[in-house]
Design a binder for this molecule. Structure first.
Ligand code: HEM
Length: 129
């Protein structure tokens, strides 16, 4: 018998599959709706926005290719060009996402890996100075 994680287990599986990402994104948007800088960037009805982000993150972390099946190649930089994303917007986005991640029951190591990725991605999507 071996203890510890299965060798071929993806973060998607380890963290709890699609429900983990759905709940993460739900918490994230609870922050976004209170944010005067970010709220106006998003549509009134957030149902689709939530679904796209949750499917994207699930796919990135080893889940099924549902995001690609629905939306095609992510092209995240291109998809964010309609929005002015400066340092303040990226910091606000990351603040809500960090709170959402901290609401999950992850190991220190998994939390660090997830936050590091999100910070890198948020930096890379800044398109205004
Ligand atoms: C840096 C600050 C960011 C801001 C201000 C921002 C803002 C937005 C906005 C306004 C939308 C459009 C929502 C909609 O029309 O439904 C969007 C879509 C999206 N964002 Fe961001 N975003 C940021 C960072 C990120 C990061 C770091 C990721 C990934 C790790 C990400 C992933 C996505 C995805 C997957 C979508 C949906 C794309 C699609 O249409 O398929 N965003 N974002």
């Amino acid at each position: 018998m071996r203890l510890g994680r299965k060798q071929d287990e993806t973060p998607f599986e380890r963290w709890g599959g699609q429900p983990f990402f759905d709940a993460l994104v739900e918490r994230f948007y609870e922050g976004v709706v209170t944010d005067p800088l970010l709220r106006p960037m998003y549509p009134d009805d957030l149902t689709i926005s939530k679904a796209h982000l949750a499917l994207f993150l699930a796919q990135y972390w080893g889940g099924p290719d549902d995001y690609n099946a629905i939306r095609g190649h992510p092209r995240l930089r291109m998809r964010h060009t309609p929005f002015v994303i400066g340092k303040d917007e990226a910091i606000a986005w990351m603040r809500h996402m960090t709170a959402a991640v901290d609401g999950a029951d992850l190991s220190e190591e998994d939390r660090a890996v997830l936050i590091e990725y999100l910070e890198m991605a948020a930096r890379s999507l800044q398109n205004a100075h």
